[in-house]
Design a protein around this ligand. Structure first.
Ligand code: PLP
Length: 387
């Protein structure tokens, strides 16, 4: 019964819109833990807010609609969402993860799930044939990001999903970097989408949240069970904030991406810069695949400075752009993957997968693009050794 065709309308009107009892255009914050029951066994459909809360339910319906899935689930963080999804598996199972997967995802598999007998292997998912050859009988799922953190490595989501289906394993896609506005993995054949909604979906660097969306009703039932059984749910106020953030997702992403496209070209032409990683540059790894499966290249860029530039000075010199972990907020942020986001990956593995000590990751915000390039330029000049 939707009155719109485009996702830019769905972000505003999707899921459960407003409040039927008062006509309020926003879903109220149901700040309650419990609900009065009329008599034994007679409830209103709501019993206890770990199991279900109307504000969280509105958010869950919204993300399910945006990702074109059957059910959505909201968690206290992206890692809580990923953890709940990983709990669908059991001791003896193995999960394949793409190299360059988010550091925290690696850490929870390596330091937590391994203790319970769920194993993992890191594979290059950009090569479909190699991927297929790694699916041993104990492999039950593949977990991928595209573009992946922080080298913006692109994986063919339809290709991987097709092989996974043939082999009877699940495809899980962390869609944090793209959001459903730019890429919808379930439409490309994936089974489960997870998000760190802390990033673009929230969009304002003011909350930590995670979301999961599934297509299959049986998996939805199991994930609902796990969400309630293990309890890492998102609270009503943060659910409200996230709904509010998602309403402007389309216009924010348009601006993020327009800025990123300008900055990628600026970096590519800048004498301080050795390498630029951005999926929408024609010579980028996976350019054609990304073009096929996503609306554009997103707004994350990584780059390396030339050897005669000092990276520590660069990070000290940026002024408008803040040095911080995280990404996807309205403000531009830079970080140093080797010591920040990917510090939990051992150095030898880091080097092997291309996360060098000189790599800089930039989350392009919605400021004026010329102000951003001016800030980068003055920081480059200050960082030049022996000027
Ligand atoms: C930040 C991030 C996560 C973890 O999410 P939190 O909300 O910080 O728990 C997972 N995946 C990706 C790609 C991320 O960027």
């Amino acid at each position: 019964m939707t009155d719109y065709k485009d996702i830019s309308s769905a972000v505003v009107h999707g899921g459960i819109y407003g409040d039927k009892t008062t006509g309020a255009v926003n879903v109220p914050i149901y700040q309650t833990s419990t609900y009065e029951q009329k008599g034994l066994g007679e409830n209103t459909g709501w019993e206890y807010s770990r199991t279900g809360n109307p504000t969280r339910a509105a958010l869950e319906a919204l993300i399910a609609e945006l990702e074109n899935g059957t059910a959505g689930f909201a968690f206290a963080s992206g890692l809580a969402a990923i953890t709940a999804v990983l709990m669908l598996f059991k001791s003896g199972d193995r999960i394949l993860i793409s190299s360059n997967v988010y550091g925290g995802t690696f850490r929870v598999l390596d330091k937590v799930f391994k203790q319970f007998g769920l194993s993992y292997s890191i594979e290059d998912t950009t090569d479909i044939e190699t991927f297929e050859s790694k699916i041993t009988p104990d492999v039950k799922a593949v977990l991928i990001e595209s573009p992946a953190n922080p080298l913006l490595t692109v994986t063919d989501l339809a290709g991987i999903s097709g092989i996974s289906k043939k082999k009877g394993i699940l495809t899980i896609v962390d869609n944090t970097f793209m959001t459903p506005y730019l890429q919808r993995p379930l439409e490309l054949g994936a089974d489960i989408v997870v998000h760190s909604a802390t990033k673009y979906l929230g969009g304002h660097s003011d909350l930590v949240a995670g979301l999961a969306v599934v297509k299959d009703e049986k998996i939805a039932e199991r994930l609902a069970f796990l969400q309630n059984a293990t309890g890492g749910v998102l609270g009503p106020f943060d659910s409200f904030l996230l709904i509010r953030g998602i309403k402007t997702l389309a216009i924010r992403m348009d601006r993020h991406v327009a800025n990123a496209e300008k900055i990628a070209l600026f970096l590519q032409q800048n004498e301080a810069v050795k390498t630029v990683y951005y999926p929408a540059l024609p010579d980028a790894q996976g350019y054609a695949v990304n073009k096929k499966q996503a609306k554009n290249g997103g707004a994350m860029i990584s780059f390396e400075l030339k050897d005669n530039y000092d990276i520590k000075t660069f990070f000290k010199s940026v002024r408008l752009i803040a040095l911080a972990e995280s990404l996807g907020g309205v403000e531009s942020l830079v970080c140093h993957p080797a010591t920040m986001t990917h510090a939990s990956i051992p150095r030898d593995i880091r080097q092997k997968i291309g996360i060098t000590d000189g790599l800089i990751r930039l989350s392009v915000g919605i400021e004026n693009a010329d102000d951003l390039t001016a800030d980068l330029e003055q920081a480059f000049q200050k960082s030049r050794i022996g000027k």
